[in-house]
Design a protein around this ligand. Structure first.
Ligand SMILES: O=P(O)(O)OC[C@H]1O[C@H](O[C@H]2O[C@H](CO)[C@@H](O)[C@H](O)[C@H]2O)[C@H](O)[C@@H](O)[C@@H]1O
Length: 295
């Protein structure tokens, strides 16, 4: 293959796009995977090449077997039915609050969304975002309030450290803080989590503490079932790409027929690795070629 990808990854993509009747779920983490990390989370955006590839995948979804993508959705399935393009679904799986994810990712119609590491789910239709409201019990709401107070105290006087508030979590951000302020703020966040009986998830310059226990892995398991039903397929193969510690929970639930892609450095359960967002664009473009070929 002369697509510039690692040969093992290229072969895995060929197997992944085999036209055998399985549905394909292309599930993508957002920050650090599609959008390079930046200091201000509201400024994160996909690179132009990632945007273009994502939009092409979204066009496959919308086409429902009638290729609106210059024929890229394919038509020659081995069973005589619609090709793999019609059975491909796109999902964004993020730690972000669902509305925030939708605003940043501008997902094409047909996309599935998972926010807050699985606590929120949504589906983008031609009418807009349909989502399941997130509800906290009175006890969870009280715990979240205490958590917010504790994290706000942990960053008080610590330059560059700040707290992001989400519907079921609070996140300590330290990207802009110096080493001493980072250490002190992280210790404060960890102590708050322990006192409240919550898990502190350590990501890239963040400590995220949620009052609902969910993981991207649990969300992917649910999404696989939803996509199988939606696409009318008994088997669903999942391609998952992610860069951070919470993405390991997604890699952990995937199997030999799925394709796992770690973006960047660090230990991982993923089988394949690329360096950054534009490498992810290469993978998505190669995926689209495979779907188009119906190989
Ligand atoms: O699951 P993800 O889509 O990767 O979201 C995880 C967290 O992403 C955001 O934080 C990260 O990206 C920021 C913008 O590039 C960066 O400033 C921060 O250091 C990164 O950790 C987001 O702000 C968090 O709420 C998400 O949980």
């Amino acid at each position: 293959m002369s697509d510039g990808l690692d040969p093992a990854l290229s072969e895995a993509l060929t197997r992944f796009t085999a036209d055998d009747g399985a549905a394909l779920l292309v599930a993508l983490d957002f920050d650090g995977t599609l959008a390079p990390l930046v200091d201000d989370p509201t400024a994160a955006r996909m690179t132009d090449r990632v945007r273009a590839a994502v939009d092409r995948l979204g066009a496959l979804d919308r086409s429902d077997g009638e290729a609106s993508d210059g024929g890229a959705s394919g038509s020659g399935a081995s069973d005589g039915g619609p090709g793999p393009g019609a059975r491909t679904r796109l999902a964004f799986v993020s730690g972000r609050d669902l509305e925030d994810l939708a605003a940043r990712a501008e997902p094409p119609a047909g996309s599935y969304l998972v926010g807050s590491h699985g606590a929120q789910t949504g589906h983008v239709t031609s009418e807009g975002l349909e989502s399941v409201p997130l509800e906290l019990s009175a006890e969870q709401a009280e715990t979240l309030s205490e958590l917010r107070t504790a994290l706000d105290a942990a960053v008080a006087g610590r330059e560059g450290a700040w707290v992001q508030h989400k519907p079921s979590a609070a996140v300590l951000h330290t990207r802009l803080a110096g080493p001493d302020d980072t250490t002190a703020a992280v210790e404060g966040a960890d102590a708050a989590a322990e006192r409240l009986g919550l898990e502190a998830m350590h990501g890239k310059d963040v400590v995220e503490i949620a009052v609902l226990h969910t993981t991207k892995g649990e969300a992917l398991d649910r999404l696989r079932a939803v996509v199988g039903q939606d696409a009318g397929a008994s088997a669903v193969r999942v391609l998952y790409a992610g860069d951070d510690t919470t993405d390991e929970k997604a890699f952990a639930v995937l199997g030999a027929d799925d394709l796992t892609l770690k973006v960047g450095d660090g230990e991982t359960l993923a089988e394949h690795r690329v360096h950054g967002a534009d490498d992810v664009a290469d993978v998505l473009e190669r995926l689209l070629d495979g779907i188009s070929a119906g190989s």
